[in-house]
Design a protein around this ligand. Sequence first.
Ligand code: TYM
Length: 332
Amino acid sequence: TPRVFSGIKPSGGLQLGNYLGAIKRFVGMQGEMETIYCVVDLHAITVWQDPQELARGTREVAAGYLAAGLDPTKSILFNQSQVAAHAELGWIFNCVARMGWMNRMTQFKDKAGKNAENVSLGLYAYPSLMAADILLYHATHVPVGEDQKQHVELTRDIAAKFNHDYKTDFFPLTEPVIGGPAARIMNLRDGTKKMSKSGESDMERINMLDDADTIAKKFKKAKSDPEPLPENVEGLKDRPEARNLVDIYAALNDQTPEQVIAEFGGAGWGKFKPALADMAVAKLAPISGEMKRLMDDPAEIDRILGEGAAKAREIAEPILKKTYDIVGMLRS
Ligand code: TYM
């Protein structure tokens, strides 16, 4: 049976790339398939997290899930550390995955930079815990942004090696679900870098909790180029900032870039940016308003995550148990 799993790290708050590349698509899959969405707090601590900020960020991601339309009666919503099986299967996969595979992970190389001697061991093992997240539910579909594609491919490699070594077909080979204009939302000040929560300047990104004035200001000040919008999408080639703003418009407004260009082709930035800002505020303000309302009642968020964790355990525990059996570990 098709089953969807995905996760978001609760570090630094949600930004527009998380919403368009992940959450909005999670909502679209709800009801179509069994859907499980996690707040991956174990992954967050691969780099230092202030404890209070980690707790707040976990509730922020959960509030983002709910405010965007995920429904705890239709999707399982929980935070990773409440389901111990993630860490347990993660350990087994640490013993399946090869050092050479980890060494090729571009996200690790980017994050470790020249400082690889002084990053946590967890950061290195990060993709093997991610494989555990996915395979613990025998998930078949993993909606993610482009930046996570390599990790989902590694998940397939881990599943294949486990199956091969233990002569089983227990773990499925998972498909990343990536695509559309939101696969890679770029930084508003530099169209060659992705939008992220860790960029230096707040003007680079739209945070899901930004107020309307801030959102409008960030789009109006977004980097563009001297040309008006092209008459067709091919004209966006080699214009990363223009392409990104068109992609954002399309993704937020449930359109294709072609449709956006059909409406705005030939328009100058003085026309397009205010239109983008107005549309974005109209789409995002209800979500951020609802997030703030939900975050005023942390106990209710915690309750929802706890109930989700109980449902997640029901699926995960039999799969973990079977894995221990396959590996030859006694359970008595
Ligand atoms: P994270 O927390 O960095 O990002 C969460 C999701 O948002 C997507 N995303 C973007 N999409 C488009 N444009 C952007 N600029 C952008 N920035 C972020 C990410 O691709 C991701 O889908 N390793 C994962 C979390 C994770 C996970 C998993 C995902 C842990 N276990 C199992 C799927 C399945 C991560 O760090 O995402």
